[in-house]
Structures are given as structure tokens and as C-alpha cells.
Design a protein around this ligand. Structure first.
Ligand code: ZN
Length: 93
């Protein structure tokens, strides 16, 4: 299962996972992967992931939820094959 981003995760955590950051729009459910080619730049960077700013390309919302992946989880997540454990009963994509 993908790991939900919390206050304990920072850019260095992302570097440690060696996978792109999953960004899910909490307004419309649009999903994307961020920083796939830049992970090496984040070694030692303690900026908290939740303070990053993203704007949804589908609906313009800036409310997002982050996910961390291992193995090939990112690809499955993008295709909507995993169910969010914290979705609050909303539709899954
Ligand atoms: Zn959206």
C-alpha cells in the first residue's frame, strides 16, 4: 500500500524512497507524480512535504494529499488500482 504523507516526511524522505511523490487533488481526485527526475537533489533537504505547493491541472484546486511509494506502486496508483485508505467515503478513481 502507498504510504500517506504526514508531518514527519520531508524531501529527504522522498529521496530515501527513491520514487516520485504521488500528488492527489482532494477536490477532484486527479493524480500525478512529481519530482521523478529530481530525487537526487533532495538528499539532506528537510523541507516538510506538506508545505509544498501544487495546483491541480484538472480543476485548479491547491488542496492535495501526498503519497509515498515503494517498488512499482506508483504506476498502479496512477492507474487508480489502489483504494485510498483515508478517502472518507468519496469516490475512488
Ligand atoms: Zn483537481
Amino acid at each position: 500500500m502507498p504510504t500517506p504523507v504526514t508531518g514527519k516526511h520531508n524531501l529527504h524522505s522522498l529521496y530515501g524512497y527513491s520514487r516520485p511523490l504521488g500528488v492527489e487533488c482532494t477536490a477532484c481526485g486527479h493524480r500525478a507524480l512529481a519530482f521523478g527526475g529530481r530525487l537526487d537533489d533532495f538528499k539532506g533537504n528537510m523541507r516538510e512535504l506538506r508545505t509544498l505547493r501544487f495546483t491541480c491541472s484538472a480543476c485548479g484546486s491547491r488542496a492535495w494529499r501526498g503519497w509515498l511509494f515503494v517498488g512499482n506502486e506508483a504506476e498502479a496508483w496512477l492507474e487508480g488500482l489502489t483504494v485510498s485508505p483515508v478517502g472518507g467515503g468519496g469516490p475512488t478513481f
